[in-house]
Design a binder for this molecule. Structure first.
Ligand code: MTE
Length: 313
């Protein structure tokens, strides 16, 4: 067995170097990405195989250095637990996430059903993706997600010709959530069926190989890396294939400021702040925001008429 370079390089430098190597390596670099990813767990595991990682073009050529776990799990937006960034990590432990089932149906499904979370996970391969995460509030992180492709779950439901959009509803339980009433009902989000079937789109079940914590949307939440973070509905209880565009919570809250598509676009400012740059949590200064958050190659084809599809209805 070869000598681990972790044995001769300070851990921090080593991790950073491996991530940069992995990020530059592209498709040929899948094994490197596997190792680099595993490193954030435990440097001892560097030589262990880490299967099921899928490298997508948007993950190439970007030095993606994951945000520390501690930051990802303590700087959150989950208004049902309070509106401060540290409220969810303090309050969300009251949310019971097991047992958990998800209703999958809607008029666009020929096989609606209630699925236990274990069955959903058991039927689909868990993938690992290090994605950029950009909040509409102009801050960002890099998150190593574990999750399944949303497209796999949609296929269980046998979509028919009415499946034009996907509507996600999240848990809304005043017994377990101190601020459950903030939006006047459950948090709802939506995607077009094409967005939902895109291989970048995940239903996440973990971060850094640990099961999702409640504040991050346990036990299952949406991940759509080219869109602003409010699309990432947390603690999902219902997924419906529907004919009409869903009315999503933030659009209902303030139609002038939040849209349905909500694609990351540095040229299209929020009415109250610029989206041209972002504050990387844990770093000094700001960096330029990328169109589609850096995933244009994978998703730009979904939006042939860019102007009206980037933000609003
Ligand atoms: N889902 C629910 N149910 N309630 C929320 O308040 N906030 C959204 C999204 N999903 C939210 C939600 C917003 S605004 C963001 S930026 C992300 O979750 C934050 O995810 P994170 O806390 O895991 O970073």
């Amino acid at each position: 067995m070869s000598i681990k370079s972790s044995a001769i390089t300070p851990e921090k430098v080593y991790k950073r170097r491996r991530v940069l190597m992995a990020a530059g390596a592209g498709v040929l670099g899948v094994p490197l990405i596997n190792k680099a990813y595993g490193l954030f767990q435990d440097k001892q595991e560097v030589e262990a195989p880490f299967p099921q990682v899928v490298s997508l073009p948007g993950e190439k050529n970007q030095p993606l250095i994951p945000t520390p776990y501690e930051t990802i799990t303590t700087y959150n937006n989950y208004y049902e637990f309070g509106v401060g960034k540290d409220d969810p990590s303090k309050a969300a432990k009251t949310l019971t996430t097991s047992p958990w089932s998800v209703d999958i149906g809607g008029e666009g499904s020929d096989k609606p059903g209630r699925y236990d979370i274990a069955d959903i996970k058991g039927e689909s391969a868990i993938e690992n993706h290090i994605y950029r995460f950009r909040c509409v509030e102009a801050w960002s992180m890099v998150i190593p997600w574990n999750g399944i492709k949303l497209s796999d779950v949609i296929k269980f439901a046998l979509p028919n010709s009415k499946a034009k959009y996907v509507r996600f509803t999240t848990i809304n339980d005043p017994q377990q959530m101190p601020n459950a009433g903030w939006a006047g009902g459950p948090y709802v989000e939506g995607l077009t069926i094409e967005e939902a079937m895109n291989p970048l789109t995940l239903l996440s079940t973990g971060i850094y190989d640990k099961p999702l914590e409640q504040q991050n949307g346990a036990p299952i939440r949406l991940v759509v890396p080219w869109k602003y973070g409010f699309k990432y509905a947390k603690s999902i209880v219902k997924i419906e294939l529907v004919e009409k565009m869903p009315k999503n919570t933030w659009w209902l809250q303030n139609k002038r400021e939040y849209g349905f598509y909500a694609n990351v676009n540095p040229q299209f400012s929020h009415p109250r702040w610029t989206q041209a740059t972002e504050r990387v949590i844990g770093e000094l200064g700001r960096k330029p925001t990328l169109l589609y958050n850096g995933y244009a190659q994978e998703v730009a084809h979904l939006y042939p008429d860019l102007d009206n599809r980037l933000y609003f209805y």
